[in-house]
Design a binder for this molecule. Structure first.
Ligand SMILES: Cc1cc2nc3c(=O)[nH]c(=O)nc-3n(C[C@H](O)[C@H](O)[C@H](O)COP(=O)(O)OP(=O)(O)OC[C@H]3O[C@@H](n4cnc5c(N)ncnc54)[C@H](O)[C@@H]3O)c2cc1C
Length: 346
């Protein structure tokens, strides 16, 4: 089967490695230059451990990151690790066509997808494939071009994140605030990262109180993160976003299947998106290996295996209780970000 992987991020690279181990050499197209990735604080949930084990990388990732959350019978619930290290190890031995962006899908007269049109600095090229795997992330163009429906659900809250070069003692800490919102932090050997839900105020209002006020409030609410957050020097180091959850009722159509963030995205409390994406890749690689001459059977097998694993997680995502339009209790003034402005009295 000619497999084309659209997107050489975490999940696309993982799938390429898994397929190569099964004797299938996929074509991987990535729009970014080699070595490009979004730097971020990152934890890999245990859902991805089986995939790393299949690739022979689990022991190294656990050793070079910081596992946390002991589970019964041994092991850990997740590992905080420098995401660049993980991407680098996954990419080893995989040939990726960088600076190749999928811009259209090729179809036969019956509408079946038979490949892609890719744009690169050398111009446009048509690349035939029996199965196009959309690993192109949350805003997947391939999913859209294939006509697979995406249901985005914005949250009522905003989210603010920071990343610091200073690691802290604990690998992970999280606390719920009095209105049910939350604040959390991660630390791997090279740095630390924090995130919290906050008023959906927009970036300007989120950074307006300044970095010192931000670090002070954060340190009070989550003391384990204090050394990391106090090392920040500018509000340019703060990232404000308005999270959305994603679910897709269908994951495949003849010639195309969506996996990873292109297929589902979970809320900030779960820390599970990457681990689930990695286990999608393992299930798809096994389904392709079991149906090497029949892409539709591979996709149907994949869906049969993944529905029972992914759908309950989507339904049980705690962020679904805080979607846009849900009336939420008022936050405690000391926990609110940005802090309420003092009332002006004449
Ligand atoms: C700030 C931040 C923090 C996060 N923290 C965590 C965490 O702690 N734990 C966790 O589990 N998850 C976390 N995530 C989510 C996690 O990073 C994703 O779940 C994971 O990266 C999914 O991988 P993916 O390969 O499906 O998508 P992506 O990583 O988005 O990769 C998609 C790739 O496709 C490429 N691409 C896009 N369009 C095209 C195109 N048309 N043609 C060719 N290539 C294309 C992109 O350049 C990219 O390389 C975080 C995400 C962010 C942004």
């Amino acid at each position: 089967m000619r497999v084309l992987i659209a997107g050489g991020g975490l999940v696309g690279l993982t799938l390429a490695r898994l397929l190569s181990r099964r004797g299938i050499a996929p074509v991987v197209l990535e729009r970014m230059k080699p070595g490009g990735y979004v730097k971020r604080g990152f934890m890999l949930g245990h859902q991805g451990y089986g995939t790393l084990e299949d690739l022979g990388l689990l022991e190294e990732v656990l050793r070079r990151g910081r596992p946390f959350g002991a589970i019964p019978g041994g092991g850990s619930a997740a590992v905080a690790v420098e995401v660049g290290l993980l991407l680098q190890r996954l990419a080893e031995g995989i040939e990726v066509l960088h600076e190749h962006a999928v811009s259209d899908l090729l179809r036969d007269p019956d509408g079946r997808v038979t490949g892609v049109l890719a744009q690169s600095p050398d111009g446009a090229s048509q690349i035939p494939a029996d199965l196009v795997v959309a690993c192109d992330g949350l805003r997947s163009r391939v999913r859209e071009m294939a006509g697979l429906k995406a249901q985005f659900a914005p949250m009522e809250e905003g989210k603010i994140e920071w990343m610091s070069h200073v690691p802290v003692a604990e690998p992970f800490a999280m606390a719920y605030l009095s209105d049910g919102s939350h604040i959390g932090m991660l630390s791997w050997p090279e740095g630390s990262f924090g995130w919290r839900t906050m008023d959906r105020s927009g970036r300007d209002a989120a950074v307006e109180p300044g970095i010192e006020a931000f670090a002070e409030q954060w340190s009070k609410l989550l003391p384990a993160a204090a050394d990391g957050v106090r090392a920040l020097t500018s509000t340019d180091q703060l990232l404000y976003t308005e999270p959305e959850l994603l679910t897709c009722p269908e994951w495949w159509t003849p010639g195309v299947v969506v996996i990873g963030d292109a297929a589902h995205f979970f809320g900030p409390e779960t820390g599970a998106s990457a681990g689930i994406g990695l286990s999608d890749a393992l299930a798809l690689a096994q389904a392709i290996a079991a149906n090497p001459d029949n892409p539709d059977a591979a996709c149907a097998t994949y869906v049969t295996w993944r529905q029972p694993a992914v759908r309950p997680l989507e339904a049980g995502d705690p962020s679904r209780r805080r979607l846009r339009g849900t009336p939420l209790p008022p936050p405690h003034p000391d926990e609110r970000w940005p802090p309420p402005r003092p009332k002006v009295t004449r």
